[in-house]
Structures are given as C-alpha cells and as structure tokens.
Design a protein. Structure first.
Length: 768
C-alpha cells in the first residue's frame, strides 16, 4: 500500500516538472484573481440587498412616525374641519433651572387658566379643572377668574417646586399573582395599581432590600433594578397635555419675545421663563369641536384605526401612511444628519371626506339639547334632521356625548350620595349604577384605590346599605352610541301618520269620512283603548289623527288587512337598514305577515309591537315630505382624492312608496293639528308645520313599565316644515323625562319648536 502511494507521488512530480516555475506562479495568482472577482460579484450583485441593509443598520438610525389620517369636513365652506391629524404639544418644565420661579408660576397660571377655562362653559371649565387638580369633584366651584387662578396657582406651585422624581412606572403587565404578592409584602415606596407597578424612589431607604424583593417577585437583573429605583433629580415635570394650537403659539411667542428682549438688553437672563419650558410635539387625531357630532364621527384607537362611525366605516381611505425617518450616524454612533430622507412604508387609497352634516346646525341643536336634558331631567335627548329634497343628513345629535379628544372620560366614576341623588330609583333610572361587592364584583379604580363593583338590579337603587357608584356621564361607554341609528324603540303614535297615508293611498279612507269610535276594541282577552275620551263617538278621520285615536288606526288596519299593510310598511323603510355609510346601523325584522296575529296587526297600526330607529322614522316622514318617493339617506357629501378626483354623492331615488296626491293630503292633515293648537308647544308663529306627537311606553321584563310612573316613558315629536315646500324633516326623542306625564308636549315638542325656529332663521325661510 505504501509503495503504491509513493509511486503515485513520483508520477505527479514527474508530470509537474515538465512546466517551468513561472507557469505555476501565473496559475496561482490567476486562481486568487478569480476568487476575488467571484466574491465581489457575490457582494455587489447576488447578495446586494443583504449587505446594503447591513451597512444601513451600521450607518443609519431608523424611527417610525405614526400612521397619519386624512381630514373629515362638514358641509360648510368655512370653519368646517371636524377631524384632522396634527402635532399637539405637551407642556412641561425643568424644575432644576434655578432662576425666576415666581415669574414662571405666574406665567403658567395664566397659561393653564386660558387653556382650561377662558371662554369655556362652566361645565367644561369645572371638568377640566377637576382633572388638572387631580380631584374627584370641586364642591365650592365658582366661575370666577380670581377663584380659578387661585386654585390653579396652588397646583402649579406644587409642580414647579417639586425637584425629585417621585413616581417611576416599573411594569405595566403584572400578573394577578405578582400583584397579590407585592400587595402582601407592603414594601415602602412600592405601589401596585392593577397591572401597573409604580416606584417612589424618595420613599425607599434600603435600595438593596427593595431591589432584591422586586427581583424575586417579578424577575430581572439585580443591578439594573437598583438603577431603576435610585433617587434622582426631576428634570421633567408635566403641566398640561395636548395643548391647543392657540396656547402652543402663545408660549412660543413668549419665548421668542424673551430672546429678542435679551438680545437688546431689555431683560436679564435670570428673569426669562423660557429656560424652564419644554414643549414636546406628539401626533394626535384632533377634533377641534371636541364633542361636536361625536356619535357620528367616533374616534381612533391606539393603532390609529378608526373606531365605528365615519372614522371606522371609511378607515381604509382615511388612514394615510406611515413614514420611517432615517438619520445618518458617524463612526461613534452619533447622529450627524437627523433628517436625511424619509421612506413611505404604508400607503392606501387615501382621501379627504366631506360630510353632509351642517356644522352650524349641528352646534345649535347640541346647544339646545344640552340645556333641555337638564330641564326635562331626562336620560337622553336625541335629534335627527334631514333634507327631504336630497335626503342628506343635516344633523345627528344626542346628549350625553363624549369629548373625542379624550374618549376615555366615558369610564369616569362618581359616588352616589343622598345629596346628589335623593331619589335614586327616579334620578338614576336606567343609568349604569354599580355597587361595591368584594366577592362577585370586578376590579375598578376609584380615587387611586382598587375597589370591586358589580352592576345592580333596579330593585336595589334605593338600598342605601349598598355603597354605589355611577358613571359621570350616566351612560358608561353607551355614550359612544349613535342613538339615531343604533337605538330601537316602539315609535308609538308617530306611526299613525304612516298608517293614515296607507289608508288614503289604498282608497280605503277619506280625511273627512265619518266613523264611529266606541272608545275601545276587544281582541281575545285583551282590550285596546284610546288615550283620550275626546275620540269617542262619531268623528272624521281628520279628527282622529288630530287626537291620536287608537281605535281609528285599528279600523284602517282592518280595511287594509295584513299582507298589504305589511308591504307598505316595508316600502316606507321599516325593518330594514337604510344603508347609510355609518357603522353599526341596526334594525329588527318582524315575522312575515302570514304569521301575524290579529292583535299584532291592530297594535302595529298605532305604533306598538313594531320597532324603529330614529333614522328610519325620519326616512318615513321624508317620504311624506317629498311627494311619496323613497330616497337613500346620505351622510357623505363628497370624497376628494389627492390627484384632484372628486366623487360627489348624487341623489339616489329607489322606489315610489305612495302617490304624490296622498303625500299632499296627509301633509295637510298633519298641519291641521298644529293650527288647532293640539300641539301648541311645537307651534312657531307664521309657519305651517306638519307634525305628529307620540308618547311611548317602555318594555321591561316582558311587560310595559307603569305609564303613570315618573321617568317611564319616551316622549317624541316628528315633523317637517314649511309644509308647502319642506326644507327639513326632524325627529326628536326624549328618553325618560321626569317633569311631565305627557312626555311629548312639555319636552319633545318644546325642543322641536326651538330647533325649528333656529332653522327658519338660519335658512332665511320667509314667514307666510
């Protein structure tokens, strides 16, 4: 074997010896050259992207800006921005600056007052001041400048004079076991709030001991934990978040003026407050009108996605792009070119959206119902206004609402006390009320403390042995709901105008035809009665509509019967969505007419055993107002793309519901009630209004609540005007008013009248 290898070696040497030494040198360097070329080809061509990315990571730093969103406008030409993407500044100071703190305190007091209370309503000022002062309530609140500035100044002084870090967020994801263990240890300077763990370094005297216990419980490195909980000077003391643009510009102007005065020798450096000021811009979805049309717009979540409403329905075109800002670094890793270039990493078919909402009308209506809800002591007041010619939504308003710039306020709790709520079963009926229950309750935070609450039964409202809490807005997250498209209710007597139109359109009745009303109708073991004795005996159908007689409606339903009546109601738009471009529109579909009982037919004729939304009711009245044609309701006026393309929504007639002559007859019948003063609270002098009232009962546990009970009804009013050439259709709904038995006349009719008077003036409609 060894001889064979030796022979092979000798043969190779013999063959190689045939060539000169220079030949092998050339071959060696040739191989090296080919290797280098192949590697260069690999770096520059085959694996170019990999090595480019590696070099970029070494030479640049990368930061991502949040996804921005495009603008939502109202239909007005000026002052029409409802939602916009903007950088808003957070205001803070550096307390370590050792110059004129008295001047700083005076300046910040003025800034905070102007931001929170100047030109604001008392309610807005009180709510904002309560949060700034970190109080649950201010019992002695007064809308007085001197008083307000005194309260603000005391809080400002506290923040200016604080020079040590007293709160550090250590964890935001504690497990229930970790939170329990830390609570049980009762460590000085360690505070647990739900899943959050806070540290006050100033209260920690033995860092090694506390750090060791924390590492044992939540994990981590001991030395790093000691670093986190160390005592240190405070260099950033927050004053206000999300400053208005006006306030930000005021502060910037103050700083610029100080710099100019310093350069000219008019001021000493020690007297400048600008040294303390820290303005930090952060991107925000800004709603300049705050709560205006909040249930129409809704808001964006932490991922910058739209949540319901217009923001949610059109999220794909409102959500614009995310950018990455790449800045260059030197060999030491320091930034040398912070704004070198930007790169889009997300783009969609983005656009601006203009709504049909008239900002001026929306604002006026919200101002009216904000007052009326307290006058009526009601749970909710809602209004929808449509243009019957185009079926464009002019306004959708409800109270209570939420400030879209701080939607989390909907979860704020207040304690129920006898002073605030002397009759809880009346004052809090259908509010979201919670009671302390340490066994079955869920965890909540109130006044910085952990409590366990459960929702109470209605029978427990008056039980003062229970410690109770209610949401400040009384509605909890329900305040986000758009009542006009999401709340189903029995329309009651307002449906009588529709039943009348069906009877006339089918030639079954005539307005001046007489009928005999005996005051009641029996079905099986049930008896249906009129609400008023005025209906009894021989009267015309016009008289019956004026006085809202139930028996008269039953007579019409008996003549039309089930299948045709059902078909007409569907044609008017009941039991189906309007497909308005808003999320969470709801509806309820009844059984087919073959399954209707006689009782169901009779009660549906006067608005019971049928559900509707306010928008569906507004649509049915718009059919009467526009000559009998159903048109698709619209809330988007146009969509404008950045390349100049504009999509304009056009009027979309879908079908004819009733004859034009029928619509005119019913309109004249509805006007008759106002002119005879049957609804005098809704009357507006010198204008013809077509109207219908109703007071609905509220179902509870398979029966109706006591009709004579306080706060157990829904008062409503619907109509359109001017009757001869309608410019608007309006539906008003007041939930659980507590000031009058006849829910509509002292509540909804009054609100209808106020809004109608405004609209007549706003549109310049001449008196007749």
């Amino acid at each position: 074997m060894q001889q064979r290898w030796q022979q092979l070696y000798q043969d190779i040497v013999k063959k190689l010896s045939k060539y000169p030494r220079e030949y092998y040198v050339v071959v060696f360097f040739g191989v090296i050259f080919l290797f280098i070329v192949s590697e260069l080809f690999s770096f520059t061509v085959m694996n170019n992207q990999y090595y480019k990315a590696l070099a970029d990571r070494q030479q640049t730093s990368q930061t991502s800006a949040p996804i921005s969103r495009w603008t939502i406008f109202s239909s007005n030409e000026k002052w029409n921005v409802l939602a916009v993407w903007v950088d808003l500044n957070d205001l803070a100071i550096d307390p370590q600056v050792e110059w004129s703190k008295p001047k700083l305190i005076e300046f910040l007091t003025d800034v905070v007052y102007n931001e929170l209370c100047y030109l604001k309503s008392p309610i807005e000022c009180r709510n904002a001041l309560t949060k700034f002062l970190w109080l649950l309530e201010i019992p002695d609140f007064r809308m007085n400048e001197w008083y307000l500035k005194q309260r603000i100044q005391s809080r400002v002084e506290e923040r200016v004079n604080r020079d040590k870090v007293t709160s550090v967020l250590l964890r935001d994801n504690l497990s229930p076991e970790q939170a329990f263990d830390l609570d049980k240890m009762n460590l000085a300077g360690v505070y647990v709030n739900g899943v959050f763990l806070y540290i006050n370094p100033e209260e920690i005297s033995d860092r090694d001991f506390i750090a060791g216990k924390l590492v044992e419980t939540i994990g981590g490195d001991f030395e790093q934990m000691k670093h986190f909980i160390r005592q240190r000077p405070l260099r950033y003391s927050p004053i206000l978040n999300k400053l208005s643009i006006t306030t930000s510009e005021f502060i910037k102007q103050k700083i610029d003026e100080e710099k100019q005065a310093l350069s000219r020798g008019y001021i000493e450096k020690e007297d400048m407050v600008g040294w303390f000021i820290i303005l930090t811009p952060n991107p925000h979805r800004l709603y300049p009108e705050r709560s205006l049309a909040s249930q129409v717009l809704w808001f964006v979540n932490s991922a910058w996605d739209g949540v319901y409403g217009v923001e949610g329905y059109f999220n794909n075109i409102l959500k614009w792009k995310q950018t990455q800002t790449l800045s260059r670094k030197d060999t030491m890793g320091r930034t040398i070119d912070p704004f070198s270039f930007e790169e889009d990493i997300l783009s969609t078919k983005w656009a601006n959206i203009t709504l049909t909402i008239d900002r001026n009308v929306q604002k006026a209506i919200e101002d009216i119902i904000d007052v009326d809800i307290f006058t009526y002591q009601a749970n909710k007041v809602s209004v929808v206004v449509m243009n019957p010619k185009t079926w464009a939504i002019i306004a959708m308003a409800s109270h209570p609402r939420v400030d879209l710039n701080s939607p989390g306020d909907a979860y704020e709790l207040v304690k129920v006390t006898p002073e605030k709520y002397p009759l809880p079963s009346v004052n809090l009926l259908w509010a979201r009320v919670l009671a302390v229950d340490n066994r079955d309750g869920k965890e909540y935070i109130y006044d910085g403390k952990k409590i366990f609450l459960r929702e109470i039964e209605r029978e427990e409202y008056d039980d003062w042995s229970l410690e109770k809490y209610v949401y400040a807005n009384r509605q909890w997250a329900w305040v986000y709901r758009n009542e006009t498209i999401q709340d189903l209710y029995e329309p009651g007597s307002v449906l009588k105008a529709i039943t009348t139109a069906i009877g006339i359109d089918t030639w079954e009745i005539d307005p001046f035809e007489y009928y005999r009303d005996e005051g009641s109708v029996k079905i099986d073991r049930f008896t249906i009665r009129n609400a008023s004795s005025v209906c009894t005996w021989y009267h015309t159908f016009q008289h019956a509509l004026d006085y809202s007689c139930n028996v008269w409606m039953i007579r019409i339903a008996q003549r039309i019967w089930t299948s045709l009546f059902h078909k007409y109601l569907e044609s008017f738009g009941f039991w189906k969505k309007t497909w308005i471009t808003l999320e969470w529109e709801t509806t309820w579909r009844l059984d087919s007419f073959e399954r209707w009982s006689q009782a169901q037919l009779f009660t549906t004729s006067f608005g019971q055993w049928i559900t509707s939304t306010m928008l569906q009711m507004a649509a049915s009245y718009s059919v009467l107002a526009n000559g009998g044609v159903y048109v698709k309701p619209q809330i988007v006026k146009q969509i404008e793309f950045p390349d100049g393309r504009v999509i304009v929504n056009k009027k979309e007639e879908t079908h004819r519901v009733i004859k034009e002559s029928t619509a005119k007859i019913v309109t004249d019948m509805l006007v008759n009630g106002v002119e005879k003063w049957f609804a005098k609270n809704a009357w507006v002098a010198w204008y013809r209004i077509a109207w219908k009232t109703w007071t609905s009962q509220i179902a509870y546990k398979w029966k109706y609540e006591d009709i004579n009970g306080i706060g157990t009804k829904i008062g409503s009013f619907g109509g359109y005007a001017p009757a001869e050439d309608p410019r608007f259709v309006m539906i008003v709904k007041v939930d659980r008013p507590r000031i009058a038995w006849d829910g509509w006349s002292a509540t909804a009719a009054v609100t209808f009248s106020k809004i109608s008077q405004y609209l007549f003036n706003y549109y310049g409609i001449p008196k007749r």
